[in-house]
Design a protein around this ligand. Structure first.
Ligand code: 3H9
Length: 700
């Protein structure tokens, strides 16, 4: 092999081995297709074409992966030449065979490069996919035109609209990869290239394969649009993905490519793209904890225990089992344990029935979960997560017991959603090992893990629960200790205003609809009914003595609870229910009217815009206070909490990002207006005032 030469410094190296040019992409960590890589591939192909001794070229990724896509950091900035379509044109213009050698993740523009090469080989463990939709985009360099030509429009729609990758093996079955290489990828790719040269195979381009995109029934697209209606509501990307694939079945490829590019730029210009890319980078940034030295290593978690076999405890145990970690579920009564295990089994069985889990995986997970009534049995676990009744006395009692039985160094975690971690830690002699791990219900589904550090939680304990999040395939955020931490503390104002709006003129259905139109998965009243209104009622009663007498307070929810209307589980709450169908209820309307009257409020017409501002701006204002107090490390962590824990629409990027996009000055002006009209709850956060008046966003 000739000495590798970097065609563009450090981006693509060029070498010749047995008459085959090898272009190796060297752009760690994921070989993103930045400008230097694009220029490097073109330069390498020019060199290979010009060198008479070269018979074919292989494009391969250096390091852990082939190309994982365009360089997302370049998006939103002025584009620089050569563009990706120029690279693809250069590949198609090659007079010698070009083989893509795939390992790791060939995603987005990376897979588009591969689909443009004459042939593709890959190793078993790799994956290919077009995940652009997750960034508010569609594949913008031929993915929507080439993939359907290879795998047919139905599979292409599944891949492009979901954005989910498929294993190389599956891609090979579908014809998107020509050969699976066993053993060394480069050796396999070189052997394949030599074979096509020896066989004098005519160069084969996907653009010429029209069979699978001819005579396609248009009903496929109409049905597909219908099938994503609910899930893709409010998003732009998925709809444009379908439009583009449909075009592949109607127009010649060059016209299709132009149309795809048009859609791509439409999405690129949309605030949704900015929001979804913000979400992508924020998710990764949230794992970085300032001040936590790289030398601090997380403790290995090889076994776990969960206290409390209720809904939360069961869901948390499932997380451990799903990650292959044996977990002991502890509860005081055999009855609670049997019920808890039964629910776990039922949840898994539902996944199996739906096809999202294999029976063997369920059996494996169930085997990893054991039950006990005795604290002594869990002493050897690396971590214990307490999910017992949300009351300080109960929690402290349990932590006192854990202190006695747990092995030294075990992480003692609490799943509290509001209580003081430091006070809980006082019932142990090892506050350094105590920390909050706040899971979200249903814990086996929701992606967020809000870790809460106590004043004495050690760096090692913090590192351990952050790493645990990754192990459990969760998105972890680190919060400071305060009432409600990040998520629930912010929720307070949101719910308060939703209830005040009822008294001022709205119906529950109007508020729910306005917020669902905004993009929330569920409005506050439908959500309350689902979660159970009795929980909040109990908390409000417990804190009633702390409430100033002259403070405005909505009694609507309390009155519903007094009637035994706890939500879906009792068949009635803010709505009445037939199954899961929520119906407006005249009883609720009467209570609301009575409460307006009792408060001396004259009811008025309220616009959807006001509903959104009244309910969402408290999130922003409280978020600013949380940031100011250092409870959240950065504004984007708050966004992540809301995106992954509270169903905030990802295409709006989270409450803090959304506020920045509106303009903090405008948000502040509205909050000041509400402050004048509605009083002290709307006192603007200092940080918001400071940033807005300086004409800045949260960061700079
Ligand atoms: C596209 O291709 C458009 C085209 O159709 C048309 C163009 C004209 N760019 O996730 P990790 C960074 S759109 C820049 O922790 P993992 C990431 O921020 C693109 N940076 O690793 C992180 O940085 P840091 C379509 C990127 O092993 C580091 O790499 N492609 C990019 O868990 C490691 O990432 C995608 O959407 C990028 N494209 O997962 C793929 N990707 O260390 C997006 C990653 O500073 N990427 N970074 O925090 C992924 O899905 C995952 O990163 C991947 C690796 C599966 C590749």
């Amino acid at each position: 092999m000739s000495e590798p030469v970097a065609v563009t410094p450090n981006a693509v190296s060029y070498a010749v081995r047995d008459g085959i040019a090898v272009l190796t992409i060297e752009n760690p960590p994921v070989n993103a297709l930045g400008q230097a890589v694009r220029a490097g591939i073109i330069a390498g192909l020019d060199q290979a074409d010009a060198d008479a001794s070269v018979q074919a070229a292989v494009i391969i990724g250096g390091g852990r992966t082939f190309i994982a896509g365009a360089d997302i950091k370049e998006f939103g900035k002025p584009p620089t030449q050569p563009y990706l379509p120029d690279v693809l044109k250069r590949i198609e213009a090659m007079t010698k065979p070009v083989v893509a050698a795939l390992h790791g993740t060939a995603l987005g523009g990376g897979f588009e490069v591969a689909l443009t090469c004459h042939w593709r080989v890959g190793i078993d463990s790799g994956q290919v996919g077009l995940p652009e939709v997750k960034l508010g985009l569609l594949p913008g360099s031929g993915g929507t035109q080439r993939l359907p030509r290879v795998v047919g429009p139905k599979v292409a729609l599944d891949m492009i609209v979901s954005g989910n990758p498929i294993p190389n093996k599956k891609a090979a079955e579908l014809g998107a990869i020509d050969e699976i290489v066993n053993g060394d990828l480069l050796d396999g790719a070189l052997a394949f290239a030599k074979k096509v040269v020896a066989e004098k195979r005519p160069l084969r381009l996907v653009r010429d394969m029209n069979d699978k995109v001819s005579n396609v029934d248009p009903a496929l697209f109409a049905d597909y649009r219908k099938s994503i209606e609910k899930k893709a509501k409010g998003f732009l990307g998925p709809w444009r993905c379908i439009d583009a694939v449909e075009i592949a079945t109607k127009l010649p490829i060059d016209d299709g490519l132009l149309k795809e590019r048009e859609f791509f730029f439409e999405c690129m210009a949309s605030p949704q793209r900015a929001a979804q890319i913000h979400a992508f980078f924020s998710e990764r940034e949230a794992t970085k904890i300032p001040g936590l030295s790289e030398d601090v290593k997380p403790k290995p978690i090889k076994s776990a225990a969960v206290l409390g076999a209720g809904t939360m405890g069961g869901g948390i145990a499932m997380n451990f089992a799903n990650a292959g970690i044996p977990v002991k579920l502890l509860d005081v009564s055999q009855e609670a344990l049997s019920k808890g295990l039964g629910t776990i089994e039922k949840n898994y069985a539902t996944s199996v029935a739906r096809g999202s889990m294999k029976q063997e995986a369920m059996d494996r997970a169930m085997k990893l979960i054991s039950a006990t009534q005795h604290f002594e049995d869990i002493g050897d676990a690396d971590i214990v997560v307490e999910a017992v009744f949300e009351e300080m006395g109960v929690k402290k009692d349990v932590f006192g017991k854990l202190d006695k039985v747990m092995k030294p160094g075990a992480v003692l975690a609490t799943n509290t959603s509001t209580l003081d971690i430091d006070e809980i830690a006082t019932s142990t002699k090892r506050p350094q090992d105590v920390i909050g791990t706040h899971f979200f219900s249903p814990a086996n589904v929701m992606k967020l893990l809000e870790n809460v550090r106590g004043a004495k939680s050690s760096p090692e304990t913090i590192a351990t629960v952050m790493a645990l999040g990754k192990q459990l395939k969760k998105v972890s955020v680190l919060a400071g200790n305060c009432d409600g931490f990040i998520g629930n503390r912010m929720l307070h104002g949101y719910l308060r205003e939703a209830n005040f709006l009822l008294e001022e003129g709205c119906s529950p259905e109007q508020i729910d609809r306005a917020l669902e139109e905004f993009g929330l998965a569920m409005g506050p009243f439908r959500m309350g009914d689902l979660a159970g209104l009795d929980v909040g009622w109990r908390i409000r009663k417990g804190k009633a003595h702390l409430r100033p007498k002259d403070e405005r307070y909505s009694r609507v929810a309390d009155r519903l609870c007094e009637l035994g209307r706890f939500g879906q589980k009792t068949g009635a709450g803010f709505y009445t229910y037939e199954g899961r169908d929520a119906r407006p209820d005249p009883v609720v309307k009467d209570i609301i009217l009575e409460e307006s009257k009792a408060q001396g409020i004259e009811r008025r017409e309220i616009s959807d815009e006001e509903i959104v501002q009244r309910c969402m701006y408290p999130l922003v204002n409280e978020g600013a206070k949380i940031l100011e107090e250092g409870i959240a490390i950065r504004s984007s962590d708050i966004d992540i909490v809301y995106l992954f824990g509270y169903g905030f629409p990802v295409y709006r990027g989270g409450p803090m990002f959304w506020a920045e996009q509106i303009g903090l000055d405008k948000v502040l002006a509205t909050i000041r207006g509400f402050h004048k009209t509605h009083g002290k709850f709307w006192e603007p956060a200092k940080l918001l005032v400071q940033r807005a008046e300086a004409g800045k966003g949260w960061k700079g």
